[in-house]
Write a protein that binds this ligand. Structure first.
Ligand SMILES: Cc1cc2nc3c(=O)[nH]c(=O)nc-3n(C[C@H](O)[C@H](O)[C@H](O)COP(=O)(O)O)c2cc1C
Length: 364
């Protein structure tokens, strides 16, 4: 098999032009109604030479929000805004999935309707501060969801999946990573429930399974991707045995024949890895996207060894709209400006320069 980083690959019935995925990245630049607008269209269009773009995480309902100015995918204005993004990416020959999230305990009453307390599987307070419109504020202790509240959230995922179809996306990615609500159910450091959604790995996976069942009524399974982060400690996350638990989750996902499994390998901040990702990948027969700290050389090595089918790049795509062209031609990369990662205007968003002669630049 030709596993060149720049060779096309089929994902279900989609043919992606290369194996470079733009990783989902929250940029806090939606409008006051949490809808994407012209600025966001330009940002994604600039990066459309990626084989696949996965959008920034987008809340499935107003209750799912966790940060200022993140986009949603539940209102007409949001669908219209996203339609502009999908049209622009498709016009450049690209493909784009939307990442769906519900932040759960990684939120704050100031961010939620009627100043409600954030919800979680269990009433366990994360360390640190929530990011709110008035600045950082300590996380509160979340309210543990009642068992009979869970179907409402599952239904919100179904609605968001329908809205994503209306907005013209090629598919959806269920964000089950990085300490947001689904991940809070999956990992035993945040799930102390005693009902059918807690205790055993089978039970901790029930919420995710119900979401996958419902969104696959809207989308073909080959248009639904899933993101996991077995050992990312971001957002005060932990698990007593990630190797065993995530091997189990992956084995349960296998028969679903999803578009792909997208794994943030190791810890997002330290990049350290203790889980054996080769074993995890080896046990999974579908398309596997690797992420976290890859550059061109590491990505190509992993592809050649069969450790993954595609590689997602986060910060490199943030700072280099023409990352594909730069890697193809072994060009230097732009330096990322961390001060402008979260929130702001065009600066540090759409003003990263294209390399000379890059095809993407020629169209803009
Ligand atoms: C600014 C920024 C925003 C991010 N937002 C998200 C997000 O919305 N959803 C998600 O799953 N991961 C998010 N991540 C994590 C990235 O998708 C990726 O896993 C991480 O940057 C590691 O990949 P890299 O080493 O290629 O940058 C974000 C990372 C950054 C730097």
């Amino acid at each position: 098999m030709n596993a060149d980083l720049f060779s096309p690959i089929s994902v279900g019935k989609l043919t992606l032009s290369n194996r470079m995925v733009m990783a989902p990245m929250t940029r806090n630049r939606a409008n006051q109604n949490n809808a994407p607008h012209t600025l966001n269209i330009e940002y994604y269009q600039q990066r459309a030479t990626a084989g696949l773009i996965i959008t920034e995480a987008s809340q499935v309902s107003p209750e799912g929000v966790g940060y200022p100015a993140t986009p949603g995918i539940y209102s007409k204005e949001q669908v219209d805004g996203w339609r502009g993004v999908t049209h622009a990416v498709h016009a450049e020959g690209g493909h784009i999935f939307i990442q769906l999230w519900y932040c759960g305990r990684i939120s704050h009453p100031d961010m939620l309707p009627d100043k409600q307390i954030p919800v979680a599987p269990s009433a366990l307070q994360p360390k640190g501060d929530a990011i709110t419109f008035t600045g950082p504020q300590p996380f509160v202790t979340p309210r543990a969801l009642e068992t009979d509240e869970i179907p409402t959230i599952v239904a919100q995922y179904k609605h968001a999946a329908e809205m994503a179809k209306k907005a013209g996306f090629d598919g959806i990615e269920i964000h089950s990573a990085n300490g947001y609500l689904i991940d809070q159910f999956l990992r035993d450091g945040t799930n102390q429930r005693t009902d059918q959604y807690g205790d055993s790995a089978e039970n901790r996976m029930r919420f995710l399974n119900e979401i996958l069942d419902t969104v696959c009524e809207v989308w073909p399974n080959t248009r639904v991707g899933l993101r996991l982060s077995p050992e990312n400690s971001f957002n005060t996350m932990s698990d007593s045995d990630p190797q065993t638990h995530f091997a189990y989750f992956v084995s349960q996902l296998q028969p679903r024949n999803l578009a792909y499994l997208h794994v943030l390998e190791g810890d997002m901040m330290t990049k350290q890895r203790r889980v054996d990702y080769r074993a995890l990948r080896g046990s999974f027969k579908g398309i596997y996207i690797a992420n976290n700290g890859y550059d061109k050389t590491r990505a190509q090595n992993a592809l050649t060894k069969g450790d993954c089918d595609l590689v997602a790049f986060g910060v490199p795509f943030l700072a280099n709209p023409d990352l594909v062209y730069r890697y193809q031609n072994d060009l230097l990369l732009n330096e990322p400006d961390t001060d402008t990662f979260y929130g702001g205007d065009t600066h540090g968003y759409t003003d990263y320069p294209f390399a000379e002669h890059s095809t993407a630049e020629a169209t803009h």
